[in-house]
Design a protein around this ligand. Structure first.
Ligand code: GUN
Length: 301
């Protein structure tokens, strides 16, 4: 029963990476273009180290160039901005990602502002944020944040058209909640953005045909928050202790998945749902950015 309710993001991401690999090979053959992605890590945050390692590996596996820059935790803002300037001006680098969070002495805003918007594969630069919210297309089309774009791909793969559906996004971060809301508006959903101050959050959530949870609280969303048949996208990645096993941890989402499966029409598991999509979309954004920089029409992925 529940098997077909599971949205297999891991499999979808693998398929996407395969298409990206084929298109990368074609770009090399037809245009002598090898897209390059620079990833910058400041400090030693263990979760960030894992992400950055996975990004580098998957970039190389797709046939792209990967440039890794690991800087010590005490790196100053000026030093990081100087590196970004170098990457902005390096023609081999088509995409730049500075892993967040950054140490306290560095302003995230200053760093995001410094990245060339055409190389901003995170879609965090204010120009890309503005282009997404105004619905800019063609030569002015935005680069779109990876995690929400991955969520939209999974939703459209499962539901087809999203037009007219009620979508509730729980969470209002710049990385997920806000761009997710913009993308759902673009798909003609009726969108509510809820957050920690929302009154009667369970009742708001129960109005959703599409429920996106991006709050960072383990298993906060319960089965009775979910409208029967709704599609649930769980963006949460929370590390929690395993009961009775000293020191052991596991990863859970923002949704109580087992209970939600009884009510929802479909749900992304954690792990294996949204998580694997993020890096796959990062590679897609790098391919798109490289094509645009060379005046080549980006492929449909
Ligand atoms: N840290 C957590 N998620 C992200 C992301 O999507 N991009 C960057 N740059 N840092 C992150």
């Amino acid at each position: 029963m529940s098997e077909d309710k599971i949205i297999d993001g891991k499999a979808f991401a693998a398929g996407l990476r395969e298409r990206i690999g084929r298109e990368t090979a074609r770009l090399k053959a037809e245009h002598d273009l090898v897209p390059g992605l620079a990833v910058v890590l400041v400090g030693e945050n263990p979760a960030s180290q894992v992400y950055v390692r996975n990004k580098a590996r998957q970039t190389a596996e797709a046939g792209m160039r990967s440039f890794e820059h690991k800087l010590p935790p005490e790196t100053g803002q000026d030093e990081l901005l100087a590196l970004i300037d170098k990457l902005n001006n390096d023609p081999k680098v088509n995409g730049i990602l500075v892993q967040l969070p950054l140490p306290d002495q560095i302003s995230e805003q200053a760093v995001i502002d410094a990245i060339d918007p055409d190389k901003d594969v995170d879609g965090f630069h204010i120009l890309n944020v503005g282009r997404l919210s105004t619905g800019a297309t063609g030569a002015s089309a935005p680069l779109i944040p990876c995690t929400p774009l991955g969520c939209i791909m999974l939703l459209k793969d499962r539901l087809g058209s999203l037009s007219g559906l009620n979508a509730v996004v729980i969470g209002r971060s710049n990385i997920v909640g806000k761009p997710m809301a913009q993308l759902l508006i673009r798909e003609s959903c009726t969108v509510t953005v809820a957050h920690s101050r929302t009154r009667d959050l369970p009742a708001v959530a129960r109005g959703a045909d599409i429920l996106v949870a991006a709050v960072g609280r383990p298993a906060m969303i319960k089965a009775d928050w979910i409208k029967p048949g709704a599609t649930v996208i769980d963006v949460g990645i929370n590390r929690v202790p395993v009961e009775g096993e000293d020191g052991k941890t596991r990863i859970v989402g923002d949704v109580d998945t087992q209970a939600a499966l009884e009510v929802a029409g479909a749900i992304t598991p954690v792990p294996g749902g949204v998580g694997p999509m993020t890096i796959a979309v990062l590679l897609a954004n790098t391919l798109t950015a490289a094509c645009r920089q060379k005046g080549i029409e980006p492929p449909e992925l």
